[in-house]
Write a protein that binds this ligand. Sequence first.
Ligand SMILES: [Fe+2]
Ligand SMILES: [Fe+2]
Length: 279
Amino acid sequence: MTAAALPTRSIRFVYPDDMDPLWSRRRPEFACAANSVSLLMPYVEPYVVKSVRAALPDLDEDLRAQARAYLDQEKAHHVQHRRLNDLLTRRYPRLQRLERLMRRTFAWLGRRRSPAFNLAFAAGFETVAYSSARWTDKHLRELFAGAHPLPATLFLWHLAEEVEHKSVAYDVQRATGGKRLTYALGMVVSMLLLAGFSVAGTLVMLREEGLLFSPRAHARLLKWSVSFVFELFPTMLVSALPGHHPSMLADPPFLGRWLESLDPATGTMPAWSMDFLEP
Ligand SMILES: [Fe+2]
Ligand SMILES: [Fe+2]
């Protein structure tokens, strides 16, 4: 992929103050799970950005240009998630404790781990993000039918760009002499941290919404978790094998097509609607 093929989109989401943070009444437990991922983004993505930015002087011109475009995409992601997170922490103040733990965790990693590990984490995080996009692409109808279009657009735009830049952090890690084993370790650590924080955030929100003991909510979450594991683990395994490159991973069919509906003049995405799934 060339630098020109990785665009920077100026997208800004403005949520009405009275928007329901439980933005899918049909699948409220999915809204809780997705919100918990959103909560994490302003902590994990700046760590990833710093890790890749630190390697810029060591890259050749072409890869440096790609890495810069990648960094611009990542910075836009967590800025837009923060707006949603402001709504979430107002509605669920208990999330603030979890946010403090997220802040401390990623600040600690950035301070205490080696540049090689930090880059491996960034590359591994991208593999997990790519798998999340592919899993979501397969479950769009179930997850997003009846959802509020603004948060749905935020998540789908973010995931579509995760697919678009799936190779860049990996290329940076390898170009700076990073080992595949370190990449595999970074992938496992990022998966464990994302999973742990996502479960914790989801439980806080389920509790606040009176769904903590809802068998239906837990049955759906379990079903989605199992199917996600079947998406993620084979991708992680194959990615750890010698000779594998993220460009070998097939892009999900819908998300890339949907990105093409961005209006370049205004830099806006059309709000999500189920009509996009119609042929
Ligand atoms: Fe991102
Ligand atoms: Fe990413």
